[in-house]
Design a protein around this ligand. Structure first.
Ligand SMILES: Nc1nc2c(ncn2[C@@H]2O[C@H](COP(=O)(O)OP(=O)(O)OP(=O)(O)O)[C@@H](O)[C@H]2O)c(=O)[nH]1
Ligand SMILES: Nc1nc2c(ncn2[C@@H]2O[C@H](COP(=O)(O)OP(=O)(O)OP(=O)(O)O)[C@@H](O)[C@H]2O)c(=O)[nH]1
Ligand SMILES: [Mg+2]
Ligand SMILES: [Mg+2]
Lengths: 292, 276
């Protein structure tokens, strides 16, 4: 683990003031390797390292009796800060209908997450949720969402032979007429480099003016995490991130990359395929996972 | 002499960045770089890239080194597996379409009896590929579906039986045991046939793909890799690391969501795109 490696780097350092430039350099190198191995994107690692290096050369470490512990603390605290500090919440308003758009790459877990979100909103905010099937492309996508929602007694809206922007606009009207408190939109998976599909999201956003646009990403996402998050954020503005499949043994460095480039935080994690496998995200847990 | 060191200081970090951001991983990148430093003379850009290409081709298992199909076997059984959402079901539709165009008799087995609408999704792809599907109901035992499918494959004199399985995380022991059981049924009930264990990897996945591959190799063995979503901004470098590690080729690449979007993986074209 990184903590052990840092202890190894500093074990020969004894006593106050005997820390060298060389020790610090080696410690920084270990941190860089650990972050890259945890799938944090290259350029994010670079800026993170610059910040940590500056702090590592400061008073606290140089004068510390336990430099490796101080070092580890600097890394841990910076990770937690980058990940948003405290756990974030959903932007559910007390009055009116809260509209949440769920977006992301193909297969990232959006459809499953929409059902989880709906149940969460109902149980934690007391709002009646309406899930919208806005993916007319993937074979049996609508069936999948309908089955998932039916299993959990969640209302679902779908419209045959209509384009996603129209489906969403109609769903919003339906929600108003039937006193729903929240509308959760399941969109088709798409590449951030696909102009036509990104334009579709822009159009949906215009039609329904969402309060939250949540990017669902696989916890095991690699280096492209930063490019993908940036792509979605620049086009439609991400308000939060959900990391799916956190029940895998992936390190989850993608969380850092995506938070860094969007300035948003991971608010929830998916921890399984069932509707209840959904939890709030705690920054210090991922920080520990990365430092593992 | 210092001019060479200057050039080296420019190009080596650049190569390192290309490999790491393409998901080759720190360890594999370091191995490639140290091999590069051994072989390169002057650090001229052209030469460095040529040597890099050589090294990559050596380390990534090529399809030509894949085991040859069994001698008098008419049928190939393809078991397709991988973690959730990687593109297994879609890739099976594409593969069936392609094999059917090559005039082979193809049959698909819907052995993902767990995920909602998985059977419907696969059946739609089979319809598009004009290939029959052996299916039972949601919640049926996947082993039972496979059992039926092999009977049907023999009676219909099928050339390719392609088995779709539920996505499963490699760290879920019970699910991995289930897959192992399915694999054993295929071995037992189609003993003389060519058995192809295909691991589907998503090009957007990071280093976790290495552990995925290790576990699947442990439970069922891996004969080839299908690398999906190469049309994304991801390079899928970790699949190359896996290929080298397991000694198995990347057989197919998924390049989109349409039925034709499957290509034979070509290492030269891949490296061209990587270094472009
Ligand atoms: N283990 C685990 N599996 C998950 C989780 N979330 C989703 N899945 C699985 O991941 C796969 C893909 O999930 P979907 O919800 O279909 O993903 P999607 O983003 O809607 O996919 P597209 O619509 O094709 O883009 C399915 O097999 C899900 O059951 C999770 O938190 N843990
Ligand atoms: N862009 C792109 N998308 C792909 C590719 N292959 C599959 N997909 C998409 O990825 C998503 C998931 O595909 P599936 O075939 O359902 O994946 P799966 O592995 O069967 O998923 P589970 O059965 O839930 O584990 C779908 O939206 C597909 O259209 C590809 O090569 N490129
Ligand atoms: Mg979906
Ligand atoms: Mg599937």
């Amino acid at each position: 683990t990184l903590t052990q490696k840092l202890a190894g780097v500093f074990k020969k350092v004894r006593g106050w003031g005997s820390l060298t430039e060389g020790n610090i350099k080696e410690g920084i190198r270990e941190i860089r390797l650990a972050l890259l191995e945890a799938d944090v994107s290259y350029k994010v690692v670079k800026s993170f390292i610059d910040k940590v290096t500056e702090e590592a050369k400061g008073e606290k470490v140089l004068k510390s009796l336990t430099p490796s512990q101080q070092f580890t603390k600097i890394v841990h605290d910076n990770l937690v800060e980058l990940l948003g500090g405290a756990p974030a919440d959903l932007g559910i308003k007390s009055g009116g209908i809260s509209v949440i758009m769920v977006v992301g790459l193909q297969g990232s877990g959006k459809t499953t997450t929409c059902t989880k979100l709906a149940q969460w909103v109902e149980q934690n905010f007391g709002k009646k949720p309406l899930v919208v099937a806005a993916d007319p492309y993937r074979p049996a996508a609508v069936e999948q969402l309908v089955l998932l929602c039916r299993k959990s007694q969640i209302a679902v809206f779908n419209r045959e032979n209509a384009r996603p922007p129209e489906i969403c606009a109609e769903a919003l009207r339906h929600a108003k007429e039937n006193s729903f408190g929240a509308v959760i939109i399941d969109t088709a998976g798409r590449l951030e480099i696909d102009e036509t599909m990104m334009e579709e999201l822009v159009e949906i956003k215009k039609r329904i003016d969402p309060h939250e646009i949540l990017l669902v990403a696989d916890a095991a996402t690699g280096q492209v995490a930063v490019t993908v998050a940036q792509g979605f954020h620049e086009r439609i503005g991400i308000t939060g991130i959900i990391l799916s499949r956190m029940d895998s043994d992936a390190r989850g460095g993608a969380a850092l990359s995506m938070s860094y480039v969007t300035g948003r935080t991971v608010s929830f994690i998916g921890t399984g395929e069932k509707v209840e496998d959904f939890e709030r995200f705690y920054p210090d847990r991922i920080a520990s996972r990365i430092l593992e | 002499f210092s001019k060479k060191a200057e050039k080296k200081d420019e190009i080596i970090p650049e190569i390192e960045e290309i490999l790491i951001t393409s998901d080759f991983g720190v360890e594999f990148t370091q191995q490639i770089i140290s091999e590069l430093e051994k072989r390169v003379g002057a650090y001229e850009r052209e030469e460095v890239l040529a040597v890099l290409r050589e090294i990559l081709k050596e380390r990534i298992s090529l399809a030509s080194r894949a085991p040859q199909p069994a001698q008098d076997s008419r049928m190939t059984v393809h078991l397709v597996f991988g973690v959730n959402g990687t593109g297994k079901t879609t890739s099976i539709g594409k593969l069936a379409f392609r094999l059917k165009k090559e005039k082979r008799r193809v049959l698909i087995a819907a052995a993902d009896t767990f995920r909602d609408a998985a059977i419907e999704q696969l059946s739609e792809w089979a319809r598009r590929a004009d290939v029959p599907v052996i299916r039972q109901g949601q919640g049926a035992d996947p082993g039972a579906v496979v059992y039926d499918a092999i009977d049907a494959a023999y009676s219909r004199k099928v050339n390719d039986l392609i088995v779709d399985t539920a996505g499963r995380l490699h760290n879920k022991e019970r699910l991995m045991e289930e897959l192992k059981k399915i694999s054993k049924i295929l071995d037992k009930k189609a003993p003389g046939e060519t058995q192809n264990r295909l691991l589907v990897l998503d090009a957007t996945t990071g280093q976790n793909a290495i552990e995925q591959a290790r576990q699947f190799n442990e439970y069922t063995g891996v004969d080839g890799i299908i690398l999906t979503k190469l049309d994304s901004s991801a390079k899928g470098g970790v699949a190359c690391t896996v290929s080298g590690m397991l000694g198995v080729p990347i057989l197919w690449a998924g390049t989109g969501e349409k039925i034709e979007d499957l290509v034979s993986f070509n290492i030269d074209e891949y490296i061209d795109i990587l270094l472009s």
